[in-house]
Structure formats: C-alpha cells, structure tokens
Design a binder for this molecule. Structure first.
Ligand SMILES: Cc1ncc(COP(=O)(O)O)c(C=O)c1O
Length: 374
C-alpha cells in the first residue's frame, strides 16, 4: 500500500458477522448461497470466499465460468461449492465446467441436451441447476418452454440436479408482482415434479426479497448485497440492515492543499465557485477509480472525522473537497470516500441515491488502482 493514492480496506470480521447474522435470520434449515460475482462486488472474491468459508458458508455464486475457475484454482477447501449464473453456451464451456467441478445452469432445452451429451461422453454425472423465467425475462426456461423441456427430459440422464431456481425482477419495489413470480415458480415446479422431474432444493430470493417477502425464502437464498453490509435501495431502515456491518472502506490521501479567494473556480468548467475564501484539499481519486463524475458538487467525503463537501468537477484521477472548516488539514491526511471515519460515515447507499443507481453499481465499479492493495 506504500504508494497507493486510493485503496480499499476490507473488514473480514464484518463479513463473517453478516454471514452469521443472515444465516440466523433465514434459519438453520435454509442454505445461504453467497453471491461473490464481480470480484465479490469489488470486495475481492478470493479473500471473501476464504473468510466466508470460515463462517460456515459453503455455497458460492459467480456469473462467469472464468470467475468460477479463478476461485476453484485459489480455493482448496473440499467443501467449497461454486455455481455460475451464466449458462454454458457451447460444448466446450460444458466440458470446462465439468472438468473444474463448477455447477452450471441449464436455462433452455438446448442447454439440457448439451449437458446430457457432455455427461454421457465423460461417463460422469454433472451437477446442474435449472433456472425458470417467471418474469425477469433474462435467463431461464419460459413457461412456454416447459413442455419441450419435459419432452426431452430423461430421468436416467447422468445429471445431478442440485436445485431449481428463479430470480425476482421487482423485489424492492413491487410485492404483488414478486408474489406473482413466486406463484408461477411454485406452479411450474409442481408441474415439473408431476411429470417426473426430481425433488431438489428451491431458491428465488436475493437480498431485497429476503427483506420484503418471507414466503420467498424457500430452501436457500442467494445473497450478495446484504452480506457486504449494504442495504438494497429503499430498505435501509429494515431492522436486519441495521444489524449488519459495512465490510468495505474506500480511502484516499490528501495530495495538496491551497486557499483560493472568493469567486475563484475549482476544476474543469469551474462548476464550483468559491463563495468565501476556501481551503481546497485535492484527493488522489477520480472517475478512473470509480468515483463517478455524477458525484460532482454532490457527495460528502469524510476527513478528520467530519463530513466535507466534494467541490468542482470530478477529474480522472483527482477530486477536490472544501476543507475550509478543517484548518489543520495537511498533505498526507487520509480521507474516506466510503465508510466510517470517527463520527462521520459515507454510505454506499448514499452515493447510490445521489447517482440514481443501485448500490451494486457503486462497489462493482471500484477501479483497479484501488484493488489488490488491501
Ligand atoms: C441471479 C441472481 N441472484 C442473486 C443475486 C444477488 O443479489 P443481491 O446482491 O441483491 O443480493 C444476483 C445479483 O445480481 C443475481 O443476479
């Protein structure tokens, strides 16, 4: 970290606390699948998996085969299980998934055929999950495809069905639609089972549904955001969110300090003009690091235990803050872009609200310069 101008600090005990709190909330009879795609939402997937394994989590979810392979190569724990959300789309991808013991999603009749063929050639059973599309319109068998899937379905095919699942589209905003998705999911599962499809664990809820609709908890939940101690949009006051701890802190250093006269502009386009003589502190972070230009003149930054306003357009590698009320601020002081500094805290949820985006986007966009330097 010697020369880092901005960096991420991870609190593994907070991650473990969140995993245990979530497991207690959903109950021992249900499995917590930890969603660690996109480098564990910017938190660092390999370390996150090691930390979560120590807290008793065994099931992990990533998006791509490459992410799964990276984890498989780094994690030697035999009980570690990983599934990809992208369905393999070629026989080559199926072969690779099988070789690495990655659990794959079947989301179409064609995917089912490919999986059966690869398992037959390998003479080994393949671990797979069936995804049903109940209204997300992204991946999964549509209700119309169930018939053709069942026509092709062979109960004796060498596939090991690990689960059937769906994904909610509006769990943070539309409980009626979410209930309708759940109803359709359970109805489709009943239909599949009636036609000879095996009984498997069922899952549907991610963080938002876990908080808003307890009937969606089923046998397992796939949880990302809450594990990292971040609340889905609009659900910040839920008691469960209050009991979780933010895992990530994003920090930077003061590179330079100057006092400018009343009326002088700051940064490109002079989009901030000093209304008084202003002490400007320049920090070593910018949009190339994931600090969005959209935060220009809007975001709080924690410095010396106080919140100060970001001022002037966010640059590629630097931002400025108004440190007039912190007369002793100096080059080298540490500022906090996300996380707590004494009594001052900048929440991911606040930055997401300012940018009209999801909290997921904030941490997954943290840049290369900040990562790998924990
Ligand atoms: C299919 C699926 N399940 C679960 C999750 C986890 O969602 P969250 O981070 O809101 O818990 C995601 C996240 O994008 C997802 O795509």
């Amino acid at each position: 970290m010697a020369h880092a101008t901005n960096w991420i600090e991870i609190d593994p005990t907070a991650l473990q606390h969140n995993a245990r709190t979530l497991q207690a909330y959903i109950g021992d009879g249900r499995t917590l699948w930890a969603v660690v795609k996109a480098d564990a939402y910017g938190h660092g997937a390999v370390n996150a998996v090691h930390t979560l394994l120590q807290a008793g989590v065994r099931h992990f979810v990533v998006a791509s085969l490459n992410e799964a392979i990276d984890l498989r190569e780094a994690i030697r724990e035999p009980s570690f299980r990983v599934m990809t959300l992208y369905p393999p789309t070629t026989p080559e991808e199926w072969r690779t998934a099988a070789e690495y013991g990655v659990e794959s999603v079947i989301d179409s009749p064609a995917g089912y055929q490919q999986a059966c063929e690869i398992a037959r050639v390998r003479e080994r059973s393949l671990p797979v999950h069936l995804e049903l599309d109940t209204g997300m319109s992204r991946l999964g068998l549509t209700p119309e495809q169930l018939g053709s899937f069942l026509q092709a379905f062979r109960p004796d095919a060498p596939l090991e069905w690990r689960s059937v699942f769906t994904h909610f589209a509006c769990a943070d905003s539309d409980p009626e639609f979410t209930r309708e998705q759940l109803r359709l999911f359970l109805q489709s599962v009943a239909y599949l089972r009636g036609e000879g499809f095996p009984e498997t664990p069922l899952h549907a809820a991610a963080s938002a549904a876990l908080l808003t609709l307890s009937e969606t908890l089923l046998d397992a939940v796939r949880c990302g955001l809450l594990l990292y101690g971040i609340a889905p949009a609009g659900l910040e006051t839920h008691p469960l969110c209050q009991s979780l701890k933010p895992v990530l802190r994003w920090r930077t250093r003061v590179l330079s300090v100057r006092t400018i006269p009343k009326g002088q502009g700051v940064s490109y386009g002079a989009r901030f003009r000093a209304k008084r003589p202003t002490r400007v502190a320049t920090l070593g972070v910018g949009y190339a690091d994931g600090y969005s230009i959209g935060l220009t003149n809007r975001a709080p930054v924690a410095l010396k235990g106080k919140l100060v306003p970001q001022i002037g357009r966010v640059c590629m590698d630097m931002i400025m803050v108004d440190a007039t009320d912190l007369p002793d601020v100096q080059v080298g002081d540490v500022a906090t872009l996300i996380g707590r500094d004494g009594d001052a805290e900048v929440r991911v949820e606040t930055l997401a609200r300012l940018l009209s985006t999801t909290p997921h986007e904030i941490t997954t966009r943290l840049g290369k310069r900040a990562r790998g330097r924990i």
